[in-house]
Every structure is written in structure tokens, then in C-alpha cells.
Design a protein around this ligand. Sequence first.
Ligand code: PLP
Length: 372
Amino acid sequence: MDVDALVAPRVREMQSYAPIVPFDVLSKRLDMAVDRIVKLDANENPYGSSPRALEAIAQSRLMHIYPDPDQTALREAIASEVGVAMEHILCGAGADEVIDTLARSFIEPGDAILDLPPTFGMYKWEADILGARHVVVPRRPDFSVDVDAVERAVRETAASGCTPKLLFVSNPNNPDGSVTPRADLLRLLDLPLVVVVDEAYIDFSTEESLATLVRERVNLVVLRTFSKLAGMAGLRVGYGLFPTGILGHLWKVKQPYTPNVAGTVAALAALTDRRWLADVVHRMVAERARLSAALRHFDWLTPLPSHANFVLCRVGGGRRARAVKEGLERQGVLVRYFDRDGLRDCIRISIGRPEQTDALLRALQHVATASS
Ligand SMILES: *Cc1c(COP(=O)(O)O)cnc(C)c1O
């Protein structure tokens, strides 16, 4: 029996994701204890989780009970934090699940998802998995959004008989950390589709969030996560802010029991841990400045300005990003590298603790001398 022939054709044709090597596997391969590895490859919080969040998990005696499918307590807490009523809020197992629920609520095979690469990979993944047309409007070389080109692409897609439904804008953008001016976002909101502004990194920038605008704009969705600032990437809690007109449909599509109980109690506690959160932002913004300045001393690295908890660097001077990444990895320092359109020979370094920055700089120095 050819079971493979039964797999949905669009899934059979999908490329498998470049797997990220699990932390413990890498630790074995490098023969290095997990706590000696300097992990600056996934924009995680180098200070761990909010202490109150960890304490709340330890104290919870509700793990044998299914979570509240209405997420009442968490949505109330987020509502007062963000300043929009809980009727606008839906939480999920990470912002990733919210993206997935949104996409599954809107997309029929053949509809279009507009994407502004280089950017976060999940948006294209949704297009692939749902059989949507993936309409690409590349960012300019400085990573700014070409709003005129987006407007043109929406018109042309519609004229071709395909319905443009979702436009994803990561703001700040992953992987470069640039922000899109509010005036440009407002122009995009005038387009006849749903504009999803992904604010996973907004806490590390001084930009004003679009969150409260979901009360007035029927086609705006704003995404947030507890993964980055609150240090809860492993717990999987994120949320979206929606116009009420859209949200009713998402509740029908969403898996009923996410986020789980551990994630929910942790997120509730993290929201009360204001001093800790503010302190982390303060430290990481300072460290971002120190890291960027230090990277400029390597004449073969060009760090780009960032409003997020990472810095993208172009690698030049005859060196290849991949070789740099591998040279760092052999010394137990993990970064992301990219080598594709718009991201030729780039490495992305997440902001770590000061001693991790120091270890990275030593390892870079070693890479520099070893290969020159
Ligand atoms: C990390 C990230 C997310 C989501 O993360 P979750 O862990 O699923 O909450 C969403 N968007 C961008 C741009 C990200 O980098």
C-alpha cells in the first residue's frame, strides 16, 4: 500500500523545516555541560523566567484539572495590563498558536497571505500548510517596508482572482530588529485585508504599540507573547488582540485547552512581576548597546540598529556567516546564521547577560585570529 500517496499533496510537497538541534543533544555533541553553553540563537530571556512565574507553578495544585477554555482569569489580567477589554483577547500556546488559529479561520486553499521577508518564518509556514498563495513583498535593503509595493501587490493579487486575506508585519521585525513607522502601519490598515502586527518584541523598543487600536479598526490584529520578555518560551503562552467582529470566529476554531494550566498560572504571576520585567528590559537594552558597540570593533562585522532583544550582523571581509557560526559553535557559543535573499551572510545574536556577551566577544576574537 502506498500510504505516502494518501498524505495531502500540499503536505507531501512541503520541505521539512531546518531542524534546530535540541539543547541537550548539542551539549552531548560539543561535550559541554548545558550551563556552559552560551545560547544566543533563539531570542530567549537570558535571565530565565520571572521568579514569580516559577513560584506560581510550584504552588499550583490544579495540574490534574483541565484549564478554563474561556481563559477568563488570564484574559482579565491581560486586559488590565494592555488597556483593552477582555472581549478583544484570545490566548494560545504561544503567539504561534494564535497565528495558526487566525490563519485557519481565514484561509481557504488558493487565498493569499502577504508576507514581508526577510521576516519570521511562521507566516510562510501557514501559507504552505493551508495551501494559500504566499505573496512576497520583499523589504528594502535597510529592511523597511515598501508600502507602495504592498498596495500594488494587494491590487494585483485581487485582480488575478485570488483573495488577499492576511498581511503579516513583524514589528519590531525578526531577524533585523527594525521598526515600521506608525504612519506606514496605518496606511497598511487601509488595505482590504486583515493586518497582523506581530509585537513579540515590542517591550524592547520605545515604539508605541498598536494594541488599543483594535477597538476601532475592524481589520487589525496585534500579537504578543510571554516567550521573550517574561522568559516563558518553554511554557508556550501568547495572545492576540482582535476586533470583536473577528474574534468570535476564532473561538470556534481554536483548540479548547490552551494555554495549559502551568503556562496560565505562570503568565498570571509574571504579569504581577513588574519590577523584575522592567529590570530585565533595562539590562537588555543596555547590553544591546554595549554588544553593538563591541561588534563594530570587528571590521568584518556590521551590526544593524535593533529595537529588539537581538542584533543582526552582516558578515564581510571575505568571511562567510556559516563559517563564523560554526567557529562560534565549536566554542560553545550559539548564534543563528542566515544566507538567503535579503539576508546574505548574516548572523543574528540574541542579547545575553554581560558575561555571555564577553564570552561571545572572546569567541569572535578567536574566530578572527584562527582564520586570518
Ligand atoms: C518568537 C516570536 C513569536 C512567537 O513566539 P511564541 O513563543 O510562539 O509566543 C512570534 N513572532 C515573532 C516575530 C517571534 O520572533
